[in-house]
Design a protein around this ligand. Sequence first.
Ligand SMILES: Nc1ncnc2c1ncn2[C@@H]1O[C@H](COP(=O)(O)OP(=O)(O)O)[C@@H](O)[C@H]1O
Ligand SMILES: [Mg+2]
Ligand SMILES: [Zn+2]
Length: 335
Amino acid sequence: MAYSRELHEKAEAEIKRRKLNAENEAEQRKKELTEKYPDFQLIDNALSNTGIEIISLLAGCKNDVGIEELKKKNTELKNERANLLKALGFPEDYLDIKYTCKKCNDMGYIEDYDEERKVSYGSKYCECYLDALKRYAANELTRSTPLELSYFEDFSLDFYPKALIDGESPYNEMASVFNSCKKYAENFDMDSTSLYFYGRTGLGKTHLSLAIANEAIKKGYNVIYGSVINFLNKMEKEKFGRAESAVDTEELLIDADLLILDDLGAEFSTAYTVSALYNVINSRVARGVPTIISSNLSLEELKSRYPESIASRIIGTFATVKFIGKDIRQLMNEQ
Ligand SMILES: Nc1ncnc2c1ncn2[C@@H]1O[C@H](COP(=O)(O)OP(=O)(O)O)[C@@H](O)[C@H]1O
Ligand SMILES: [Mg+2]
Ligand SMILES: [Zn+2]
């Protein structure tokens, strides 16, 4: 999969920022500590001296002191520093640089070493770098959706009639939908179940799915949301278009921690859209990762609109959530 240079630059900048932050924070901790306890400075100076001596000995520049002796001294100094930290109530690694990624120390790349063959192929991107790259690509994909307008706090139950309609009180039903969505968002993790929101237009399906997205993003999950129509258009262009595209939308949709597919059923159905949808939904179900789909299609309509493979995947593995009431956009306009 090819990413644009712009995305690579963003990812590089991000990893560099992490590295600098980690180093600055360690430097700051050291500074504060040595100001309070000058003994640390002495130990530190001695440590760097033995370090330099060991290096020059190894380089063959000097051999008046035995290397074993120096190494012993070095270890002793390190222990002394660790003990001093402990005595003062700090963790032993308090002065170490705490890199975000322990694999590459925030370099963004690691040695490409083949354990089996015992050969090195130079260097390769570290996972942390590829994650950052994916995150930026995902951002690009979702930028057009007005996420900032959809929070749980802005969701009001006052729009749903209390009186019974077809034997159900929209207010009561939607109060329970709202509470389960809130709980779902609070407890969200990679084991969360997938959800199928369905009901007529203007009942808050998109609003609540984006409210969940906001919470998941706050928790640090990689969330992708957007309309099915939009995603299908992009994937189709990438697949059949002439230009070499910068992202692989299908792969991003499959890889996201949480994917929100808005308005399933609004797209114009072709053999391509059906197979692309099947591939995305099925791959995510196979990975066991959560997806939220919203749609105007009831479960019956879902079955008649899509092949059994898609409909039964959704009905069989998603928790279905029914939205009822009166079109809220219309109610808002009347007010
Ligand atoms: N319970 C609610 N409280 C406040 N605003 C709502 C509520 N439900 C929907 N809205 C707003 O009404 C509009 C339509 O809702 P939306 O979530 O897009 O409906 P749907 O996706 O079910 O068609 C949006 O602007 C949304 O923010
Ligand atoms: Mg909607
Ligand atoms: Zn890394």
